[in-house]
Design a binder for this molecule. Structure first.
Ligand code: ADP
Ligand code: MG
Length: 693
């Protein structure tokens, strides 16, 4: 690296600093105002910003610009236009106008709309999101945008995220006013997503059709060595992986992404990158970019980067921990216990809102992490079950029970914690004693939502967290704004809330079977699979929550539910087809060749009287597993042909028919893998993929 890191950092980003330097004072101020107040820019200002952006981008080698948006596919979309403009005589000039900066009109018809397009126009448009910085990548100027249908329905993940951030800000400020805070103007949802991933050798990856087409292995026996030795977690990073991580950091830093922590994860070949947190909108853009860059940088190092939630059966899958908190524009973290009784009271009110919200909207949160990939992970050995609960830690749990029971939190005596008068005990931010089995853990000054899958956009879960919090805070504000004795009513409200919602608090082992039973007794919801969860996505309760807080219209929410159902069915169908193909064109031919050779050997060996049980037994076993595999593959093929066309029926069918079919095919194939001479096996196995140098 020639440049020093501070110079390198953000050097490909048209950030505030760059804007300050390159724009007139008036334009810079207008931009700032538009960001702070959500007002739109004058065309003349947009023109000036566009011109400055173009100049800056061209100095970094850009020849094109693109509106970069996040359709409901879960990945990002871009269409590049060059800056060239003919000026006669066969010459060109480089042009980029304010109009082109502010608005684009990509053809919306190729993006999922969940039926929104049936009722509205096919056209869609993108609009600049001035709160997220433009950047240069691969010789293009990238402009982060929202994506809407022509009639204004959100067709993307950014629009509702921005709306939810506004909603929670508005309600949080309302609450702060009650505590005498007249200075805070904006509250921001902050987010730090920890990203897990696998790296496998590209040459081996290329030989696996399942990895290439479905992102996960559909066949494969557990290797003799898995993660038992726990020697990989935080272990020394292999040189080739270290070179990858270094390269990745550089690319991320250039784009202003605060890549901070890198380490090996629990499974062999599994790693993690955690950035420093930022506002949820930036965090979401950055995480999308990170996933994209992880994949492209991997190729330079002859790796394939796997972001699937469960690339390998029997070893840990990958998640994405979403660390979430609320911060004021004055730098106060609202989920941080304060240093004065009144700040502590405020903290407890925000905490109560969170506890109430997670309890009341368990299903909404569960739905935001439902996907075909994550189904393999949630409830498996390495991840929380599909049941929502909150871990508060010992100190805070003690405080909450003292409030509920009216007893002293320190020595179990009779003194009650008087909210707003007494101080809270110190809440540790210690990282060592955290309960890693909780799906939603309080970690000192933020909540860590651990149910997210590694491949998913963080928008959905953050939209839900923000909206739920906005809803609860608005309910609290309504109660307290009319209060004559604020302290007393506050105390009552907090006590009532914790008492009514204590069932969602669980500090025990979330991986324990007994918890599933206990949760059922508590009446907590347990939507085990995506097929169980998605029908709740646009429930009456969810519609009320999101429409009341102006985050989704009813049509937008139901459209999203349909898209998720459709995506689930498509993913399983791709897996099923890939599996049938690999079974018929790779595994069974290889096994048959081996069986043929074995039988010849048996013939020769029988003639000379030296045949053993190994040859004959293996031949018998291979024959019986092959027969079973043939039968099960035929069944799979037959069922693939019968997938219903309607999305919800297809989802149910994929879950109830295709998945069990696939399990059957896999069982015989994996048994064969353990029997057949490895020279014959048609593709690399788990030990090759997971333990290559
Ligand atoms: P661990 O793996 O122990 O959970 P990491 O350091 O890997 O911890 O990740 C913690 C994440 O939480 C980081 O992205 C960090 O920036 C983020 N974080 C820290 N404070 C806050 C906060 N107040 N709000 C949101 N995220 C935060
Ligand atoms: Mg974590």
């Amino acid at each position: 690296m020639k440049e020093k890191l501070p110079e390198l950092f953000g050097s490909y980003v048209f950030n505030e600093e760059t804007m300050k330097r390159r724009l007139s004072a008036a334009s810079y101020k207008s931009w700032k105002k538009s960001v702070q107040e959500g007002t739109s820019l004058e065309l003349s200002t947009a023109n000036e910003i566009a011109e400055a952006m173009k100049q800056w981008a061209m100095e970094l080698g850009a020849t094109h610009f693109t509106h970069w948006f996040q359709p409901m596919t879960g990945v990002t979309a871009e269409k590049h236009d060059s800056f060239i403009n003919p000026i006669g005589g066969g010459n060109i000039e480089m042009e980029f106008s304010g109009k082109e900066l502010v608005k684009g009109e990509p053809d919306a018809s190729s993006f999922p709309s969940g039926g929104l397009r049936a009722t509205f126009e096919a056209r869609g448009y993108t609009a600049w999101d001035p709160t997220s910085f433009a950047f240069v990548k691969d010789d293009s100027l990238y402009i982060p945008t929202i994506f809407l249908s022509y009639s204004g329905q959100a067709l993307d993940k950014k629009t509702p995220l921005l709306r939810s951030m506004d909603a929670v800000s508005k309600q949080a400020v309302r609450i702060l006013r009650l505590f005498g805070d007249e200075d805070t103007n904006r509250v921001t949802a902050n987010c730090g997503p920890e990203q897990e991933y696998f790296l496998v050798d590209k040459a081996l990856y290329d030989q696996r059709e399942d990895l290439r087409l479905a992102g996960r292995t559909l066949f494969g026996n557990k290797p003799a060595r898995g993660q038992e030795l726990s020697d990989h977690y935080f272990g020394q990073i292999k040189p080739r992986v270290a070179a990858y991580m270094k390269d990745l950091d550089n690319e991320l830093w250039k784009l202003g992404i605060y890549s901070k922590t890198k380490h090996n994860e629990v499974a062999p070949s599994q790693h993690e990158m955690a950035p420093i947190y930022s506002d949820a909108n930036t965090a979401s853009d950055s995480n999308q970019l990170t996933m994209n860059i992880m994949k492209t940088v991997a190729l330079r190092h002859n790796f394939a980067c796997l972001l699937h939630e469960k690339p390998f059966d029997g070893v840990n899958g990958s998640g994405k921990h979403d660390n979430w908190s609320l911060g004021t524009d004055l730098g106060e973290n609202l989920l941080s216990p304060g240093h004065t009784p009144s700040k502590n009271a405020q903290f407890l009110l925000f905490l109560a809102a969170f506890v109430k919200g997670v309890d009341e909207y368990q299903d909404v949160l569960r739905c935001t992490v439902a996907s075909a990939g994550n189904d393999h992970r949630l409830g498996a050995q390495e991840a929380p079950p599909a049941i929502l609960s909150i871990f508060l830690g010992d100190e805070l749990e003690a405080v909450v029970s003292s409030i509920i029971n009216g007893t002293d939190y320190e020595d179990g005596g009779k003194k009650t914690l008087r909210i707003g008068v007494d101080m809270l005990p110190k809440i540790a931010q210690d990282t060592t004693d955290r309960n890693r089995t909780s799906p939603m853990a309080f970690t000192g000054n933020k909540f860590e939502f651990r149910m997210l899958g590694s491949a998913q956009s963080i928008s959905g879960p953050n939209i839900a967290l923000n909206t739920i919090m906005a809803e609860e805070l608005s309910q609290f504000a309504e109660v307290l704004e009319g209060s004559r004795d604020f302290e007393l009513d506050l105390q009552k409200l907090i006590k009532k809330t914790f008492t009514e919602h204590q069932r969602i608090i669980f500090n025990g082992n979330g991986y324990d079977e007994a918890w599933v039973e206990e949760a059922e007794k508590r009446g907590l919801s347990n939507l085990v699979s995506t097929a169980d969860a998605l029908p709740e996505y646009a429930s009456a309760k969810a519609i009320k929550l999101f429409t009341k807080n102006d985050v989704y219209t009813e049509e937008e929410l139901t459209a999203r539910a349909t898209i998720h159902a459709e995506t689930y069915a498509s993913k399983i169908l791709i897996e099923a087809r890939t599996m049938a193909d690999m079974a018929k064109r790779q595994i069974m031919p290889a096994v048959s060749a081996y069986a043929g050779e074995l039988c010849q050997r048996i013939e020769t060996m029988t003639a000379c009287g030296c045949v053993t049980a190994y040859e004959t037994e293996t031949a018998n076993r291979v024959a019986s597993f092959t027969d079973a595999m043939m039968k099960d593959t035929d069944q799979l093929d037959e069922d693939i042909a019968k997938v219903p066309s309607e999305e919800w029926a297809a989802m149910k069918y994929a879950h109830e028919v295709l998945l069990p079919d696939m399990e059957a095919v896999r069982a015989s194939a994996d048994a064969l893998e353990a029997l057949v001479d490895k020279e014959y096996w048609p593709f690399p196995v788990y030990s090759d993929l997971l333990f290559s140098e």
